[in-house]
Design a protein around this ligand. Structure first.
Ligand code: CTP
Ligand SMILES: C[C@](O)(CO)[C@H](O)COP(=O)(O)O
Length: 230
């Protein structure tokens, strides 16, 4: 069956974080994983898609590591990151011609295990629905809210972990993020800005091994997953 022809897509990779929770000697997107940087693992599945004809990498202005990666694809455009993830994404979005790239795919530099098949599923489902969406996995555990002790159990019905990539119409996303930031809304993923703008967000179940490298143990877990048949 022929793979559906997608419209031209711009990818945005927020990669300007410092990785404080990782407690490493460099930002986690530059830690090594099976011979490549986490960043290279995270970017390659997007560049594997023919429809991705531009890839905006939001990097710290002082980033001394990027030049040493194997990332020389001519589609890559370097933009300056911002103080928070949302600002890095917004800086990139402002560089994108929404007429040329009506759709944008935003993927964390710290998610090295995303599968091309999951990205294709997300794009297909969103194009069929006519609006944006996110990869996500259902919550498995009983969820508690509290600090030193439990305050309550959170009903986990229809509760999901939001993953990336997240796929939205470029102009609508840019407008939603601008509005949400101006309204002082916390925007930790693209979907939260679209929700604030009362835009529909499709939930597309992806693989639960699409983890975000966040704390030290995550790198070992990612290496384990890479050693499994995928
Ligand atoms: N100012 C920022 C902060 C984060 N990110 C990126 O957003 C992604 C997800 O953010 P997170 O996991 O929170 O990364 P860090 O902010 O680096 O981690 P920490 O909060 O532990 O410092 C990462 O790829 C990170 O590089 C970014 O581009 N710009
Ligand atoms: C965007 C994200 O990966 C969705 O789960 C997540 O919010 C990014 O991590 P952060 O720590 O919230 O920046």
């Amino acid at each position: 069956m022929a793979v559906q022809a997608f419209p031209a897509i711009a990818a945005v990779i927020p990669a300007a974080g410092v990785g404080q929770r990782m407690q490493a000697d460099k930002p986690k997107q530059y830690l090594r994983l099976h011979g490549k940087t986490v960043l290279e693992h995270s970017v390659r599945p997007l560049l594997a898609l023919e429809a991705v004809t531009a890839c905006y990498l939001a990097l710290s202005e002082q980033d001394p590591y990027f030049a040493a990666t194997g990332l020389t694809d001519p589609r890559i455009v370097r933009v300056n990151g911002g103080s928070e993830r949302v600002h890095s994404v917004f800086n990139a979005l402002q560089q994108i011609d929404a007429a040329r790239y009506p759709w944008v795919l935003v993927h964390d530099a710290a998610r090295p295990l995303v599968r091309v098949s999951d990205i294709q599923l997300l794009i297909e489902r969103c194009l069929a629905a006519g609006h944006g969406g996110i990869l996500a996995t259902p919550v498995r555990d009983t969820m508690k809210r509290g600090r030193q002790q439990v305050n309550c159990t959170v009903d986990r019905t229809d509760l999901w972990h939001a993953l990336t990539p997240q796929f939205f119409p470029t102009a609508a996303l840019r407008q939603a993020i601008a509005g949400a930031l101006a309204a002082g809304v916390a925007v930790t993923d693209e979907a939260s800005a679209m929700e604030w703008a009362q835009q529909p967000v499709l939930l597309v179940e992806g693989h639960s091994d699409n983890l975000k490298i966040t704390r030290p143990a995550d790198l070992q877990l990612a290496a384990f997953y890479l050693e499994q048949p995928r």
